[in-house]
Design a protein around this ligand. Structure first.
Ligand SMILES: NC(=O)c1ccc[n+]([C@@H]2O[C@H](COP(=O)([O-])OP(=O)(O)OC[C@H]3O[C@@H](n4cnc5c(N)ncnc54)[C@H](OP(=O)(O)O)[C@@H]3O)[C@@H](O)[C@H]2O)c1
Length: 253
């Protein structure tokens, strides 16, 4: 019964921000599970180097793009459309944060964060939907996985006002899209990471933050890859509209 339950052979995936940090952890999980995986972010050199590194495990292709504006999102959809007839898996991972004291928080800190974390996520999903629907059936539903954050649900002391709001928006959008797309056999779920050491968290005091994590450690690549593989595989065919924290217990502490 469980043979191949978690395999992704024959699937085509796109991971935004797939060359670095959490995106890279997910990319490696998908590639090693058999999915042909496209990765896209601003840095062409990072995308190409990581795709090259992943080629020892399977197929990974770099499609560099700055996804903060609609013209580029359209361009990326077009590029994928020229290469593939269908897309089984979309991982909306690219994201940015902004920290500033309440009294000094600038408008730019809202625009930059909401544009990439929410607006681009929506328009990339919209642009790729025809290809995702083409890949979807009751036996093999398409997948959209949005990378949210525990920050959507907690009032941390990090002064990341627009970031927390953006992730709460991602969480709600996940539910709205899941409801809308269920009839098309497209499953939409969110992963909410706690603390994974990446560039985004490099300015955090790790020792201090771990004190708030019951499992007393940070997240690692196999933690993230495991959940992403599960949410992309047949093992999760009956799950949509969910929000899964992966945080060592931080949310319940
Ligand atoms: N690390 C954590 O503890 C944590 C916790 C909760 C949620 N998250 C979420 O996880 C996701 C990944 O973050 P991370 O921690 O892995 O941080 P990261 O290493 O800073 O990764 C951010 C990713 O977004 C890409 N990106 C940034 N601006 C972009 C743009 N304009 N167009 C396209 N791609 C862009 C970056 O690639 P380029 O620089 O090449 O563009 C990079 O791959 C984010 O959504 C973040 O909010 C992280």
């Amino acid at each position: 019964m469980i043979e191949g339950l978690f395999r992704l052979d024959g699937k085509v995936a796109l991971v935004t921000g797939g060359a670095k940090g959490i995106g890279a952890m997910i990319t490696q999980g998908l590639v090693e599970s058999g999915a042909k995986t496209y990765i896209s972010s601003r840095s062409a050199s990072a995308c190409e180097a990581f795709a090259q590194e992943m080629s020892q495990y399977g197929t990974c292709i770099a499609l560099p793009m700055d996804l903060s504006n609609l013209d580029n999102i359209e361009r990326l959809c077009q590029q994928i459309g020229e290469k593939e007839e269908k897309l089984d898996i979309l991982i909306n991972n690219s994201g940015v944060s902004w920290g500033a004291k309440l009294g000094e928080f600038p408008e730019k800190g809202w625009d930059k964060v909401m544009d990439l974390n929410v607006k681009s996520l929506f328009f990339l999903t919209q642009g790729l939907l025809p290809m995702i629907k083409a890949a979807s059936s009751p036996e093999s539903p398409g997948r959209i996985i949005n990378i949210s954050s525990v920050a959507a649900r907690i009032a941390g002391g990090l002064d990341a006002f627009s970031y927390n709001a953006s992730k709460a928006a991602v969480e709600n959008l996940t539910k709205v899209l899941a409801n809308k797309l269920a009839k098309d056999h497209v499953l939409v779920n969110a992963i909410a990471p706690g603390f994974f050491p990446t560039k985004m968290t490099s300015h955090f005091d790790e020792k201090e933050l771990i004190k708030h994590i019951p499992l007393n450690r940070t997240g690692n690549p196999t933690d993230m890859a495991g959940l992403a593989i599960f949410l992309c595989s047949k093992a999760s065919n009956f799950m949509t509209g969910t929000y899964i924290p992966i945080d060592g217990g931080q949310l319940i502490a």
